[in-house]
Design a binder for this molecule. Structure first.
Ligand code: WT7
Length: 647
């Protein structure tokens, strides 16, 4: 494991107590309160989760067993029956029927507000439309949409009838969509004619057409008219959303789902190329996203809450849609880019919609810093009372800017560590209780047993870097990798004995605060999104001119990491600058714009070990322009390195 930033972080001594009075109105009132909850969970973990599951959720049928744990397989609330959409909608109708559930603004500026009653009706109509297409319990539905209310309607509609969804980020290419459709064996794709991004139309439907042509399992495509773009509609296969739902009933019974029924599959990058289908199930996921939303974002009925994530990421699943709605909150969604029409857009939205809770990513914060303090200064941000970040370690200086300029030194910041696989937030401050330190995600959520260990699983002494693990199963942990249980076991439960291996490096300080240092494997975190180097390499190599490719991350002020690729070309190919541009475009076509290499360099050969493994460590140093230190003795051919340095 490399040493990451241990040195610089060690000098971070600033501390911020919860603002005076915050704890009084908060769900978790004080450090003592937090400690009590932890002690209760420690003494009786199953009782702790069972009490919450009883008091916070509606169940059609109670469970017989809280947890059935046969490492690495967990089953939570065994035998219990519930429905996530019911918990997000129906149970609020009595008390919150006229409260806004989803508040939305499109990039061009139109606003929509759906009350709980209206959202319930929309979801039922859509669920009935799915049923009319023959979709039932267990049939996988892919959702490839812009960030519009219908994306949430589609997710909830699937959950209502027990059809697992797999949401594919609308920024991904047709090829990436195709691979996911095939792996997930999707029967239906829900999409739109397009979405708005930076003033331009994102052509979603044409990419669906490309993808579906190669994914024969897809029988139906449902297309929402969002931008009014002309699109091809294949008779029999393609249906307009508005036509399909028009005649449907606004009542659709919520299917009583088994607690362990598949809720959704969400693909995330792995180290070995093929994206992993992370599997989440119903009961544990509902409980954990509900209770973390409530306690960490301190949701109260009068709050307007905004998490800036797209529903294509786990953050969008857990903290745009399911967690907030399960709590009966008002969740705000914004379709567009933060600088459309100008870099003040987010702050204007906060002022206009009186946003109280704002949750975004360090990469966005660094971009805002670059755009300058003048933009937020033009708007009234006094509605804000709580800020959050997620996606990667936040540099202390970015944390301080967020605290000072956006939070106006009044709002607690929750730096939340978690993963697609964990389903919900694992290490985090509780805003009325925790003393925060800039750059630290602080301490585990009650009931979460996190540790920093060596390979053998021994806890590391304070301030020594090691592997971040979770020692006990928690309700929203991934259940498996879709159709690949061996990969699940291998990736998460075999690296360190009897612990969930997160794949992150971390240290814990003398007060027990966690400082996450980044991935220990070959995954690049670009703007808070994990991209597998292998996937990008495969994309490069799929171009006829490329013989071999190696991709590494280079620290980047804005994006966290930027992608640098080294390629060797086929013998007769000319190494022109035009080809480099072509290769960058090729990666975008294969994977999506997020994976566009910042830089591609030609290499005569790649540095490899004798066993043929590319020595990424050396390439990383080269890419970031730092000195080549450390061991190069395993290098097969030392002249390769010299040439790379010159090139
Ligand atoms: C990886 C998970 C979970 C939603 C967003 C990304 C990094 C995430 C933090 C944080 C330090 C963080 C980790 C993690 N990460 N949050 N607060 N501090 N690192 O989900 O794509 O599954 O990525 O993001 O490296 O393993 P994801």
């Amino acid at each position: 494991m490399s040493s990451f930033e241990i040195e610089s972080l060690l000098h971070e001594n600033r501390r911020f107590a919860p603002p005076a009075g915050f704890g009084e109105g908060a769900w978790i009132k004080s450090l003592e309160h937090y400690r009590e909850l932890c002690a209760r969970a420690e003494a009786d973990p199953e009782g702790f989760w069972a009490d919450l599951a009883r008091s916070e959720l509606h169940w059609f049928t109670p469970w017989q067993q809280v947890l059935d744990w046969q490492e690495p397989t967990a089953r939570w609330f065994v035998g219990g029956k519930l429905n996530l959409a019911y918990n997000c909608l129906d149970r609020h109708l009595q008390t919150r029927g006229d409260k806004v559930a989803v508040l939305w603004e499109g990039e061009p500026g139109e606003v929509r507000a759906l009350t709980y009653r209206e959202l319930h009706a929309e979801v039922c109509r859509f669920a009935n439309a799915l049923k009319a297409l023959g979709v039932g319990k267990g049939d996988v539905v892919a959702i490839y949409m812009p960030l519009v209310p219908e994306a949430a309607v589609a997710m909830l509609g699937c959950a209502r009838i027990g059809a697992p969804h797999t949401v594919v980020f609308g920024g991904f290419s047709g090829d990436a969509l195709r691979d996911r459709l095939i792996d997930a064996q999707a029967r239906v794709v829900v999409t739109a004619d397009g979405g708005w991004r930076k003033g331009a139309i994102v052509p979603l439907k044409p990419r669906v057409d490309e993808a579906v042509a190669q994914a024969p399992g897809v029988a139906h495509v449902i297309c929402l008219k969002r931008v009014g773009q002309e699109v091809a509609m294949e008779p029999g296969r393609d249906h307009w959303w508005h036509e399909l739902v028009a005649s449907r009933s606004a009542e659709c019974p919520a299917e009583a789902m088994d607690s362990e029924d598949l809720l959704f599959i969400l693909y995330t990058s792995g180290t070995t190329g093929k994206p992993k289908g992370v599997v989440h199930t119903t009961g544990g996921y509902n409980l954990y996203t509900h209770i973390t939303s409530k306690w960490i974002f301190d949701l109260h009925d009068e709050d307007v809450y905004w998490c800036t994530a797209d529903v294509g990421w786990i953050t969008g699943h857990s903290y745009v849609v399911y967690g907030p709605l399960s709590n009966g909150a008002t969740t705000f969604m914004f379709e567009g880019a933060p600088n459309q029409p100008d870099p003040g857009r987010f702050w204007q939205l906060i002022e206009k919609h009186r946003i109280g809770i704002f949750y975004t990513a360090p990469t966005a914060i660094r971009t805002f810093i670059k755009w300058g303090d003048d933009w937020p200064a033009r708007y009234d941000l006094s509605s804000l009372r709580l800020l959050g970040t997620v996606g990667e370690p936040i540099n202390p200086e970015a944390w301080m800017w967020y605290h000072r300029v956006i939070g106006q030194e009044r709002c607690p910041i929750v730096d939340t560590w978690w993963q697609t696989e964990t389903g919900g937030i694992m290490i985090t401050p509780l805003p009325g209780a925790t003393i925060t330190k800039p750059g630290s995600a602080t301490m585990p959520f009650p009931g979460i047993v996190a540790d920093v260990v060596d390979r053998e699983g021994n806890s590391c002494p304070p301030n020594q870097g090691g592997y971040l693990v979770i020692r006990r199963p928690w309700p929203s942990m991934l259940r498996t990798v879709y159709r690949d249980p061996e990969r699940y076991r291998q990736n998460y439960w075999s690296q360190v004995p009897h612990a969930y291996f997160a794949g992150d490096g971390a240290r814990r300080d003398e007060e027990g605060y966690f400082w996450v240092m980044g991935r220990v494997d070959d995954v690049i975190n670009v703007s808070g999104h994990r991209l597998g180097t292998m996937e990008i390499e495969s994309a490069l190599v799929s171009h006829p001119a490329v013989a071999e490719a190696a991709v590494v991350g280079r620290p980047d002020e804005i994006k966290g990491e930027a992608i640098v690729a080294f390629v060797t070309v086929e013998s007769e190919v000319e190494t022109t600058p035009q080809l480099l541009e072509e290769l960058r475009a090729h990666v975008v076509k294969e994977i999506g714009a997020l994976a566009r290499p910042e830089e591609i360099r030609y290499a005569e050969a790649l540095p490899k070990t004798r066993s043929g493994k590319i020595m990424r460590r050396l390439l990383r140093s080269l890419a970031s322009g730092s000195d080549l230190t450390g061991d190069t003795s395993t290098l097969e051919d030392r002249s390769v390195l010299e040439k790379l340095r010159e090139g």
